[in-house]
Design a protein around this ligand. Structure first.
Ligand code: NAD
Length: 301
């Protein structure tokens, strides 16, 4: 089965270079009309230039594809609306949003300036809200949509010196899970990619590993998640160097203190093995899912 994007319109944020450029080129090669959004700033989010987005638009057009540049910043409500408006004005509809724009301001928590917190939250997390709110409304009207949000192992697993970035990236998983639930009846799927790839953001961090993690190797998973063939939603995938894997939040069966019993902290200590034991874990897909598995236990007399 070939995954095609004929008559589909996709927004890719941060598509002027790195991973976003790869996604934009491949979506366009498969027939999508692509809004190439990029502010064109530095890795730490300073400055801006129209060169990055325009260059990728030219690349796509030179290959016979359709693309329009958006130089908006995702980090403001006006920017998010402007990106959606660009898609509608240039191509008349909106089917896919790949929120990929990102910056880094790595510092340990003690050294973190509030400005570094705001800058990172604004691009990754608030930017995702500013873009997905107007995009979701449009997709809902069309009863179709695909969101792909970009998280990171730094957020889901943790990484030294990245509290601002990690919190923003973990927040994107929360946003995607809720959009998946809110969009289910309207044919809107929302999933998360956790990439690792050699780009300007990571070239000094990856060492010898860099040779094995080409950005092209992340693209197939993102293109699949952006496609009509993707019936998955509420999921998160790691894509690194040609290895694709599901990442999920599991719930252990845990330890039940018993009906009407209020345990002590010492009881918790005594039952830690049961609380932590992963045998028979489940993967709840909503708060209701967790409570549904709990109710039979709580109703035991
Ligand atoms: P990159 O720096 O090459 O790409 C990020 C792009 O986002 C840049 O072109 C930049 O100009 C753009 N951008 C920044 N702020 C913007 C704003 N306010 N509005 C619009 N565009 C803006 O880095 P990359 O490695 O390609 O990163 C892409 C995404 O993948 C980021 O979200 C990053 O956090 C995430 N990520 C990357 C890796 C990796 O190993 N490269 C690992 C985990 C997550």
């Amino acid at each position: 089965m070939t995954l095609e994007f004929e008559n589909r319109v996709a927004i890719v944020t941060g598509a002027g270079g790195g991973l976003g450029r790869q996604y934009a080129l491949e979506l366009a090669r498969r027939g999508a009309s692509v809004v190439v959004n990029d502010l064109g700033g530095s890795v730490d989010g300073v400055g801006g230039s129209d060169a990055a987005a325009n260059r990728v638009v030219e690349e796509i057009q030179a290959l016979g594809g359709r693309a329009a540049a958006s130089l908006h910043s995702v980090a403001t409500p006006e920017g998010g609306q402007g990106i959606v408006d660009t898609a509608l004005e240039a191509f008349g509809r909106l089917d896919v949003v790949v929120h990929n724009a990102g910056i880094l301001r790595d510092k340990t928590l003690v050294k973190l300036e509030w400005e570094d917190l705001d800058a990172v939250l604004d691009v990754h997390l608030r930017g995702a809200f500013y873009l997905s709110k107007p995009a979701f409304a449009r997709m809902k009207d069309n009863h179709y949509g695909r969101f792909v949000f970009t998280s990171s192992n730094a957020g889901v697993f943790g990484n030294f010196g990245q509290s601002n970035y990690g919190a923003a990236k973990a927040g994107l998983v929360g946003l995607s899970n809720v959009l998946a639930i809110e969009g289910a009846k309207a044919g809107i799927a929302s999933n998360v990619i956790m990439p690792v790839a050699r780009t300007r953001m990571t070239e000094e961090l990856l060492g010898t590993f860099a040779d094995q993690v080409a950005p092209e190797l992340v693209t197939p998973m993102v293109v699949f998640l952006a496609s009509e063939a993707c019936q998955l939603t509420h999921e998160c995938f790691s894509a690194v160097g040609g290895r694709y894997a599901r990442v999920f939040t599991g719930l252990t069966p845990g330890w039940y203190a018993g009906h009407g019993v209020t345990p002590t902290a010492e009881d918790i200590l005594a039952h830690l093995d049961e609380i932590e034991n992963r045998d028979g874990y489940t993967v709840p897909l909503s708060t209701g899912d967790e409570l549904a598995t709990l109710l039979p236990l709580l109703n035991q007399q």
